[in-house]
Design a protein around this ligand. Sequence first.
Ligand SMILES: [Zn+2]
Length: 222
Amino acid sequence: MFVGHYGVSFAAKRVAPTIPLWALFVAVQLLDVFWAPFVLVGIEKVRIVPGITASNPFDLYYMPYTHSLLAALLWSAGTLLLYRLLATRGPVGKAALVVALAVFSHWILDFLVHRPDLPLYDNTAKVGLGLWNVPALAFALEAGLLFGGMWLYFGTGLVPRLRMVLFGLVRLAIQAYVFFGPPPASDKAAAWTALASYAVFAAVVARLERPDRAARQRVNAL
Ligand SMILES: [Zn+2]
């Protein structure tokens, strides 16, 4: 899964508004944020096999450190501890739990779409419901999650709705390209693209959230 993960970020923001959206954007993709450099240095492995699923060519045959169920639980627990240590704003305990659940949600959503390439532990007992083989349904799920989560987020009040929707549509267009466009040139190219996308998306949402905060302060000052 790609852009659908961000639906969880928006829903989490509704539950715990003190967490910056950019942090939630990183959290929901954290397993991939580590997957990409791991692929680049050869710790984890992927090969491009056109046709292996109906919507993308990724043969994710070795990723025990980021995408096994056990690893996902450990990354989530690590995030919980780190957030408790570093966060200062608002009710830290609840926010830490929300961020940790956001990290873990990545595995659950990947489980829906991946072919059985997600190990339960190490590189074995692999699972995945394979929705990627029904591209229209997988794409609808990504879009539904993204905009469903965004709709929940809009309920938090002062939000730059139009810009958020436009940003969502841009991400959905990139998703469509991944699904229906040509395959990436190589495994490393796929990893670089993923990493760059996650960094840019987090930076853009940090920028989009800023005027929202300024508006809130103006309202508070009245
Ligand atoms: Zn993933």
